[in-house]
Design a protein around this ligand. Structure first.
Ligand code: ARG
Length: 459
């Protein structure tokens, strides 16, 4: 295929080199952004008198036709082209003739590809935000139903203190809100237009970069042309925000896998999100959650891949930068797929509050409350802690729980113990007393839920 860039070279490359050099396999998905960018470019060239209005109309009409045909499937990107930019330009000239060749005035593929990628990722970012919000909503809805369902909270995976399941889930809602915040922040720097930076140095034509930027919905323009064509920070930032989000999803996935096991049985995932085994008929595997956990590695890999590609690149554009796309596309696709399966899986899971409560009733998770009781009676915390430890050890030896130990026994340890002790170590009371802001009491969980819903609404 003859090359549009046949300048001083013969333009006849080895087919193996052509194939190696080409990016159309993975950049053809940016056809819409490429065409929209070109339409804005034609409008700007005409506004500045660089091309005539009728040339602009011919270019815009031709581009609109290509877009329509690509969307309807009547036209397929030609895989023999080097990239989507070359394909669109070649198709345009094929359709409208010589005028098509004017489109690339005051532009280079270097600023064009940077523009297309920013526009494409802007769209991906918006989709990921919408899916993340849907997951936050699913978590918040389940949390609302379980704002008073008691379960053991853990540290070191050892039963620690009672919490509500609602409180537990809201912790994940908070993480995901931070993810939304990070995505919004990264979009700010993504939404800066590189178009008009041209190959690297700007252009001799009297262009209007701001006009082009505003036609395409950008808030700002790159202030240095060399930076404009070689900056891929926005992709790195997106990948890091997505890596952090995947880390959150992976932690939740791990919890779901544990909770769905026979050892916990705190939840049952619905059949729609559970797989069986080809040999063991009793199996209910949490494959979706395991895959989310597994795919986290691939998103981290995409981040590390791009950082490594960019490291050591001199200014400005280098062909290495063509390697920026597959990883970031893969990460977006992966995160979207994970979010799509996660939200309905959470919404449809059955919560076994009976098993959660049973687990909370053993493990002495009210031992801190026993110590707090003594503190309220006047004992310094360290002494109360020690005494409570001795009582727990006694219960362990006798096969008792704190609630079943008779008052006489308590009084052997301290005369401060009275009948009101049992109300103080009641699990429900232990949860309800934790009224500090952000604590696990029902009223505090309600506040968290209201806050999250408010943030989602105003976002
Ligand atoms: N396909 C290239 C990429 O994705 C487009 C830019 C090519 N520029 C160039 N000077 N070869 O990066």
């Amino acid at each position: 295929m003859p090359k549009l860039w046949t300048g001083v070279t013969a333009g006849i490359t080895d087919p193996i080199a052509d194939d190696f050099n080409s990016s159309i396999r993975f950049d053809s998905r940016m056809y819409r952004q490429d065409i929209e960018g070109s339409m804005a470019h034609a409008a700007m060239l005409a506004a500045r008198g660089i091309i005539s209005d009728s040339e602009r109309d011919a270019l815009t009409g031709g581009l609109a036709g290509i877009l329509e045909d690509l969307e309807s499937g009547a036209l397929q990107p030609d895989m023999r082209c080097e990239d989507i930019h070359m394909f669109v330009e070649q198709e345009l000239t094929g359709r409208i003739g010589e005028t098509g060749k004017k489109l690339h005035t005051a532009r280079s593929r270097n600023d064009q590809v940077a523009l297309d990628l920013r526009m494409y990722l802007r769209g991906e970012c918006a989709e990921i935000c919408a899916l993340t919000k849907a997951l936050v909503t699913a978590l918040t809805d389940v949390a609302e139903r379980h704002k008073a369902s008691i379960m053991p909270g853990y540290t070191h995976l050892q039963r620690a203190q009672p919490v509500s399941f609602g409180h537990y889930l809201m912790a994940y809602a908070m993480m995901l809100l931070r993810d939304l915040d990070r995505l919004a922040d990264c979009r700010k720097r993504m939404n800066v237009s590189p178009i008009g930076c041209c190959a690297l140095a700007g252009t001799t034509y009297d262009t209007d970069r701001r006009m082009e930027a505003s036609l395409l919905g950008f808030d700002e323009i790159a202030r240095n042309s060399m930076d404009g064509v070689s900056d891929r920070d926005f992709a790195v930032e997106l990948l890091s925000a997505l890596s952090i989000e995947m880390m959150h999803l992976s932690r939740l996935a791990e919890e779901l896998i544990l909770w769905a096991s026979w050892e916990f049985k705190f939840i049952e995932l619905s059949d729609a999100y559970t797989t069986g085994s080809s040999i063991m008929p009793q199996k209910r595997n949490a494959d979706m959650a395991e895959l989310v956990r597994g795919k986290t590695g691939r998103v981290y890999g995409d981040l590390l891949g791009l950082l490594t590609t960019l490291k050591g690149l001199p200014l400005a554009y280098n062909k290495d930068m063509q390697e920026d796309k597959e990883g970031v596309f893969d990460a977006c696709y992966t995160v979207k797929a994970c979010l799509r399966v996660f939200a309905p899986m959470i919404a449809s899971m059955r919560v076994r509050t009976d098993n959660m409560l049973r687990a909370a009733q053993t493990g002495f998770i009210n031992a801190t409350d026993l110590a707090d009781y003594l503190v309220r009676k006047g004992l310094p915390f360290r002494s109360a802690y020690k005494l409570s430890g001795q009582i727990v050890a006694r219960c362990m030896a006798d096969g008792q729980v704190l609630e079943s130990l008779p008052l006489e026994v308590y009084r052997e340890y301290s005369p401060l113990f009275g009948e009101d002790l049992y109300a103080a170590i009641d699990l429900k009371a232990c949860v309800e007393k934790r009224i500090s802001e952000g604590g696990t009491s029902e009223s505090s969980v309600e506040k968290q839920i209201a806050w999250v819903r408010m943030v989602l609404e105003h976002d």
